[in-house]
Design a protein around this ligand. Structure first.
Ligand SMILES: C[S@@+](CC[C@H](N)C(=O)[O-])C[C@H]1O[C@@H](n2cnc3c(N)ncnc32)[C@H](O)[C@@H]1O
Length: 461
C-alpha cells in the first residue's frame, strides 16, 4: 500500500513527523476502523446498547460513537432504515462532538454533504432551533437531504449554494458554524486509495485558497459570541495551521479556544502556521496515534456577546379544507407539530424551521420537513414524516420485530399479511415500526398491508 502513496506526500510527511515517521508508515498496514454513531434524536445510547445486535466498542472522543466489527454489517440491519445510527469513520465524529451545539441554537453546516456531521448537529438540537445544512454540489445536496430525512431531523433548511450567496442573506445569523472544508484529503488515503491517485503537489495550495474564501464567509455569518469549528481530513500544514493563521491575522475578532484533550489527540504545530503559539490549541489526529483516520480540528470564537435568535415564520395559512384533511389523518390524536409552522405549497405540506424568511434568491433543496401531499379528499403522508415521528405520536402503530422476515419484505416494498390483533387500529394508515422504531407507512385493508415505503427508499435484496 505504501508503494502506491505519492512520493512528494511521503517526503513532506517525513519532514513533518521526524522520528514518528516509521510509525506513521506502519499505520497504513493496520486494519481499517469502522464506526457507527447512535442517533440520539431517536434513541438514547443506553437504550440502543440494550437492543444492539452488534459488537461495539466506545470511541473515546464522543458519547455516542462506537467501533463495530466488519462482520456486523449494520447497513443491512433494519435499524439502519429507521435511522437509529449513522455509519461514520471514527475520527470524523470528532468535529460535531466538539462544537457544543445545544437545543435552540441556530446552526450552520456550510460544507455539509453527505451529512455525517450535519446529522449529529441536528440530533443535538433535539428539534429546537434550526440547522442550515449547505452543500455546493447539487447531486451531493440530494444525498445530504436523504440522510437528514433518514435521521428524522425536523428543523433544517437544506441549501445548495456557494458560501458567499448564503452570507449575503444570513449575516451574523448563527450561534454555531461548522466548516468541514473541502481539502486535499490526505488523511483518507488509508481508507480510500482513489483519493491518493487524484492527489498532486498543487492540491494543498489550491484547497488552502478555497478554504480562506469559505471561512471568510463563514465568519461573516457567525453572531458575535458565536463559535466556529473548522475541520479537514488532510495533513497538509497550509490547509490546517495555515488556514487558521489566515483567520487569526485577518479577523482580529476571532480567537482560538482550547479543545478537550483525548488520548491520541496531538497539539497543532505553530511552526506549520505563522508561528502564533495559540495554534497549539488546534487538534491533529494522526492514524499512528489512535484508532481513526487523519483529521485536523480547530475551535474558534467570535468576540462579543451572543444575542438571542429571532424566529420569523411567515407561512401562508392553510385553507380550512386542508386543515380538516390533516387533522383527520391524525385523529383521534393531535398534530405533533406547531400549527403556525405548517405551510402548504402546491398541495405539498411542509413543517418549516423557526426562521424561514431568509431564503429569497437562495437555491435550496428543502425548507423544513416534507410532511406529505394533499390529494383529493385525503392527506398522503411522506416517508420523511414517518422517520421524524416516534411511535407515541401516531394513533395507528404496526410494530414488527427485527427478527421477522416481514421487516425485510416491507423494506423491499412487498405487501404484507397482518394477523388478527397485530394492528391496534384495524384499517387505514399504519405507522410501520421495527421494535418500536418507525420505518414508514402502510395502509391496512382486510388484513393486507399495502406497502407505502417509497420506491426510491426500497432495498433490492
Ligand atoms: C469534507 S466534505 C464535507 C463532508 C461532510 N461535512 C460530512 O461530514 O459528511 C467537503 C464538502 O465541501 C463541498 N465544497 C466543495 N467546494 C466548496 C466550496 N467552494 N464552498 C463550499 N463547499 C464546497 C464539497 O462538495 C464537499 O461536499
Amino acid at each position: 500500500m505504501i508503494e502506491q502513496l505519492p512520493k512528494a506526500f511521503l517526503e513532506r510527511m517525513k519532514a513533518m513527523l521526524g522520528e514518528e515517521y516509521e510509525d506513521f508508515l506502519k499505520s497504513y498496514e493496520a486494519p481499517r476502523q469502522f464506526g457507527l454513531r447512535i442517533n440520539t434524536l431517536k434513541i438514547s445510547v443506553e437504550e440502543f446498547l440494550k437492543q444492539s445486535p452488534f459488537h461495539l466498542t466506545k470511541v473515546p472522543w464522543t458519547e455516542n460513537g462506537f467501533y463495530y466489527e466488519e462482520a456486523d454489517r449494520p447497513a443491512r440491519h433494519p435499524y439502519y432504515a429507521s435511522g437509529l445510527y449513522y455509519l461514520q469513520e471514527p475520527s470524523a465524529m470528532a468535529p460535531a462532538a466538539i462544537l457544543p451545539v445545544a437545543p435552540g441554537d441556530y446552526v450552520l453546516d456550510l460544507c455539509a454533504a453527505p451529512g455525517g456531521k450535519a446529522t449529529e448537529l441536528g440530533a443535538r438540537l433535539k428539534g429546537q432551533g434550526m440547522l442550515v445544512a449547505n452543500e455546493i454540489s447539487a447531486s451531493r445536496a440530494k444525498a445530504l437531504l436523504r440522510n437528514i430525512e433518514l435521521c428524522g431531523i425536523k428543523n433544517s433548511f437544506i441549501t445548495n449554494e456557494v458560501p458567499k450567496n448564503l452570507a449575503r442573506v444570513m449575516p451574523e445569523f448563527f450561534d454555531k458554524v461548522l466548516v468541514d472544508a473541502p481539502c486535499s484529503g490526505e488523511g483518507m488515503f488509508r481508507k480510500d486509495m482513489d483519493v491518493a491517485k487524484t492527489w498532486d503537489e498543487s492540491r494543498p495550495e489550491f484547497f488552502a485558497n478555497l478554504q480562506r474564501e469559505i471561512v471568510s464567509n463563514a465568519i461573516s455569518m457567525l453572531k458575535p459570541g458565536g463559535l466556529m469549528l473548522y475541520s479537514t481530513c488532510t495533513f497538509a500544514p497550509i490547509e490546517n495551521e495555515g488556514t487558521i493563521s489566515y483567520i487569526l491575522e485577518n479577523f482580529p475578532e476571532m480567537e482560538l479556544l482550547e479543545i478537550p484533550a483525548y488520548e491520541g489527540f496531538s497539539e497543532g504545530n505553530p511552526e506549520w502556521g505563522n508561528g502564533d503559539d495559540t495554534l497549539k490549541r488546534c487538534v491533529r489526529i494522526f492514524p499512528h496515534k489512535m484508532a481513526g483516520e487523519g483529521h485536523f480540528i480547530a475551535l474558534l470564537k467570535k468576540k462579543g456577546i451572543l444575542y438571542p435568535s429571532k424566529s420569523d415564520v411567515a407561512v401562508q395559512k392553510p385553507e380550512k379544507e386542508a386543515w380538516k384533511l390533516l387533522n383527520e389523518f391524525w385523529a383521534p390524536m393531535e398534530l405533533p407539530f406547531e400549527k403556525e409552522r405548517i405551510e402548504i405549497r402546491n398541495q405539498n405540506v411542509y413543517y418549516l424551521p423557526p426562521a424561514s424568511n431568509h431564503y429569497k434568491g437562495i437555491h435550496f433543496v428543502r425548507n423544513g420537513l416534507f410532511l406529505g401531499e394533499l390529494k383529493k379528499n385525503r392527506f398522503e403522508p411522506s416517508e420523511p414524516l414517518a422517520l421524524a415521528l416516534s411511535q407515541d405520536q401516531f394513533p395507528a402503530i404496526l410494530n414488527l420485530s427485527s427478527e421477522e422476515e416481514r421487516v425485510t419484505r416491507y423494506l423491499r416494498g412487498e405487501t404484507l399479511l397482518i394477523e388478527d390483533g397485530e394492528a391496534k387500529v384495524k384499517k387505514g394508515w399504519q405507522l410501520v415500526c421495527v421494535d418500536g422504531h418507525p420505518l414508514g407507512f402502510g395502509k391496512l385493508v382486510n388484513q393486507t398491508l399495502k406497502n407505502k415505503y417509497p420506491a426510491g427508499w426500497r432495498r433490492n435484496s
